[in-house]
Write a protein of this length. Structure first.
Length: 307
């Protein structure tokens, strides 16, 4: 199996994403709909974040979100099947370049993390790769137990969940959904205006992802510069990916919305100009989704009285 560098992997992930939207943007559908769990390491329980989360979603089989290294599977009694190809994931390591000589210092195991004369160096981040294997490529492990979901959830249940964030949110009869940074306010149409729960949830979570970018929260540039086309496209992609991450965690399946078709061309322009666009957007989207997930609580449902 040919090895791939970190930069090559970022390019590859970007090209997959761009091709899917460019070939048929109106029918582009996320291949990870309704899986109800984020890609994670079953040994350490670590959730893969940012671009790796997006990338590994494309490699999930039957909704199973478990990925680990060869050694990681071995530690929990699994054996990677002979002939299995690993899936590359990217990580960043700190390196230093001497400001005068251009010499590199990349700390190896047992070496100091920074050079002795660190002031003479410029810090840089190098994209590197390591390989993981999906659970379907492993023998001797337990079958994946799909999380139990409350399939009786209604828009009211999800609404109550979103409201625990304390955001200013108005639902009004309208044909627009938007976030107003100046007033720090979210506005969405009524739930009855949507064809199903999934599209309503996708719209609401998209706008709430924008809301996380306010300067008092994650302070993203996109919520302050909607007039700049490239920054706008970047922020819209963050919101769309963030909505996807939230929907997965909530067990809600979402489909591309018609009003997002217009965003696709902006995304493509920005992606083509900057191949690392998807990487940074996915990282920011995960931070936004995590902010929402970490700051919400599940309102208690009223229990039916038994005579």
């Amino acid at each position: 199996m040919a090895r791939i560098t970190g930069d090559e992997l970022v390019e590859k992930i970007t090209s997959v994403f761009v091709k899917a939207m460019r070939d048929d943007p109106k029918n582009w559908s996320k291949p990870w709909q309704g899986i109800t769990a984020m890609p994670h390491n079953p040994q350490t329980k670590t959730i893969y974040s940012g671009i790796n989360s997006f990338w590994l979603m494309l490699h999930m089989e039957q909704g199973d979100p478990r990925f680990s290294t060869y050694k990681g599977w071995d530690k929990i009694g699994g054996q990677v099947k002979k002939g299995s190809d690993g899936i590359p994931v990217v990580y960043y390591s700190n390196s230093y370049v001497h400001k005068t000589t251009g010499a590199w210092y990349t700390p190896k195991k047992g070496q100091p993390k920074v050079p002795a004369n660190v002031d003479e160096y410029r810090k840089v981040f190098l994209a590197k790769t390591y390989y993981v294997f999906h659970a379907s490529q492993v023998e001797g492990i337990e079958e994946w137990a799909k999380p139990d979901l409350d399939l009786t959830f209604t828009s009211e249940d999800h609404r109550a969940w979103f409201k625990t964030l304390g955001a200013t949110w108005e639902e009004i009869p309208s044909d627009q959904a938007y976030y107003q940074p100046a007033n720090d306010k979210i506005v969405t149409p009524l739930d009855v205006q949507f064809p199903n729960l999934e599209t309503w949830f996708g719209t609401v979570s998209h706008e709430f992802t924008h809301w996380t970018g306010h300067q008092s929260r994650l302070n993203r540039e996109g919520t302050k510069s909607f007039g700049d086309r490239k920054i706008y496209a970047y922020e819209e992609l963050i919101a769309e990916l963030g909505a996807t991450f939230i929907a997965i965690e909530r067990g809600v399946e979402i489909h591309p919305r018609e009003d997002h078709i217009a965003y696709v061309q902006s995304w493509l322009k920005a992606l083509d100009n900057d191949p690392k666009f998807i990487q940074t957007a996915a990282t920011q989207a995960w931070k936004a989704a995590k902010f929402i997930l970490d700051n919400t609580t599940e309102p208690a449902k009223e229990k039916e009285l038994v005579a």
